[in-house]
Design a protein around this ligand. Structure first.
Ligand code: BES
Ligand code: ZN
Ligand code: MN
Length: 497
């Protein structure tokens, strides 16, 4: 697994700054006041930093103000001056993430040292360091390592502070979260020849070492349960279709909350084959399952006081002589029959059976499913926000609040009967596509048909947010781990408060 940067917290002393190798990062506030560390560096640099914040180009916005090579009086090869930003009520979590991400991009070779004494609240500093760590993620699994190349991650970060112990204590849960995010990103970035359903299940099973109960059901067991909608999707693949349940029991004996994930390790579209251009991106079609796995990892690492189960359907959608055809009619575990119009609308077929299985088996207090379900959600919201659908306003509010707080941006979309009616089939109880219009909503309504009235439920379509082509504040190009932070936060606020 890609390891986290190594992060140490120590007292901010003059030596620690002048002796720091690699990059030394110092800070200015939004009004241009240099923090103590920056003021000390400024003296050695003959006032260069004061000039930078005094220039009219300095706007007090969160980010990197400037960087200086081979700073006088310092061992570092680069000195970065960052502005922490903020407003009248302090530095927001968003600002902290922006600065952290910008600093990560500005680092020179080698380790980095941040002089954070006098720089805002501990929470803002911790959030900034977290964002930095997340942005420094690099998927190097398949890169040749040259002898003289930069040593791969972990990079060493030293955070200098006037309260290093408190900051370190405040950062342990954050590191559990970062590790969950890295776990998700690794899964999503893996190619499908490596991350088969077997390999995926094995990586989940390995989480038993950190205290999760993990159960794996193979095709025989799924057949017995009657999960023909799920099994039909994997019919053309040589990889075995599986359902994996991860259980974290940190909260006594109340019924669990359930997370459900779409884990299509590769989506060719099946017999309704996708066009060649961009098909390689469909290695990320297990993003929902990847996020569920990352959340479960975080909960276990931080020993969350909540009962949560994570259930993922792992399957590969391939064209083959044995593959499912358009026109086939399959019977779901619930008993409803489904006419397959398009074999590329496979995510809902796997989710409908997993959703039903979860309700029957675990009687959860609520369910959130995550899936890279439709291209249509990208048409609606772009890559900026995930779209979610909810049957329960309280749960929707809790999710929205957690998304706003963590920067995993999301937007609530509507459910409704007219959309459900687009799924009426002439031959079966339902068909698996609802036509060209409102594609993400009809997909959600398909799932809705498999959720019991009394179970609060949210479906999150993460097709646009699971990966990024240009990088974000906290993620480089590739998998983002969208949702791990938001769901971890929602579980904390709702069940552990
Ligand atoms: N995995 C895709 C959705 C997707 C598209 C994810 C782009 C990430 C990026 C899903 O299985 C799919 O193929 N959906 C179809 C549904 C259609 C056939 C009703 C789509 O969105 O075109
Ligand atoms: Zn898919
Ligand atoms: Mn598909």
């Amino acid at each position: 697994m890609t390891s986290l940067p190594h992060i140490a917290f120590s007292p901010e002393e003059a030596d620690a700054m002048t002796e720091a190798e690699g990059t030394l990062v110092v800070f200015a506030s939004r009004d241009g006041t240099l923090a103590p560390g920056a003021a000390a560096a400024d003296a050695a640099l003959g006032g260069a930093l004061a000039r930078a914040v005094g220039d009219k180009a300095f706007k007090g916005k969160p980010g990197v103000v400037d960087s200086f090579g081979w700073p006088a009086g310092h061992k570092a090869r680069r000195l970065v001056l960052a502005c922490i930003g903020g407003g009248d009520d302090g530095v927001s979590a968003t600002d902290a993430r922006k600065v952290g991400g910008a600093i990560a991009k500005a680092l020179a070779k080698g380790p980095a040292t941040l002089a954070t004494a006098g720089v805002g609240e501990a929470e803002a500093v911790a959030g900034m360091v977290m964002a930095m760590a997340l942005r420094l993620y690099e998927f190097r699994e398949y890169r040749k390592v040259e002898d003289d190349a930069e040593p791969p991650a972990p990079r060493h970060l030293t955070v200098l502070s006037d309260a290093p112990e408190a900051l370190a204590r405040g950062s342990t849960d954050m590191m559990a979260l970062a590790e969950g995010v890295f776990f998700t990103r690794d899964l999503v970035n893996e190619p499908a020849n490596r991350l088969t359903t077997d390999e995926f299940a094995a990586r989940l099973a390995a989480m038993q070492e950190i205290g999760l109960d993990v159960e794996i059901l193979g095709e025989e067991a799924l057949e017995e349960l009657g999960m023909r909608a799920l099994l039909g999707v994997g019919q053309g693949s040589v990889s075995e279709t599986k359902v994996v349940t991860m259980r974290w029991n940190g909260g006594g004996d109340e019924a669990p909350f359930a997370l459900v994930g779409k884990g299509v390790v590769f989506d060719t579209g099946g017999i309704s084959l996708k066009p060649a251009g961009g098909m390689e991106d469909m290695t990320m079609d297990m993003g929902g399952a990847g996020t569920v796995a990352g959340v479960m990892r975080t909960l276990a690492l931080r020993k969350a006081k909540a009962n949560v189960i994570g259930v993922v359907g792992l399957v590969e959608n391939m064209p083959d002589g044995k593959a499912q055809r358009p026109g086939d009619i399959v019977k779901s575990m619930k008993g409803e029959t489904i006419e397959i119009i398009n074999t590329d609308a496979e995510g809902r077929l796997l989710l409908c059976d997993v959703l039903w299985y979860v309700q029957e088996t675990f009687k959860p207090t609520g369910i959130i499913d995550l899936a890279t379900l439709t291209g249509a959600i990208i048409v609606a919201l772009g890559h900026h926000r995930a779209g979610f659908y909810a049957t329960d306003d309280a749960l929707a509010g809790a999710l929205q609040a957690a998304c706003d707080a963590t920067g995993d941006e999301a937007w609530r979309m509507p459910l409704g009967k007219p959309y459900a009616e687009q799924l009426k089939s002439a031959k079966a109880d339902l068909k698996n596509t609802g036509g060209r219009h409102a594609g993400s909503i009809t997909a959600a309504e398909f799932l809705h048909a498999f959720v019991k009235e009394e179970v609060p439920w949210i479906h999150i379509d993460i097709a646009g947010t699971a990966t990024t082509s240009g990088g974000t504040d906290t993620a480089p190009k590739g998998a983002t781990g969208w949702g791990v932070a938001a769901l971890d936060r929602m579980i904390r606020d709702r069940f552990e408060a």
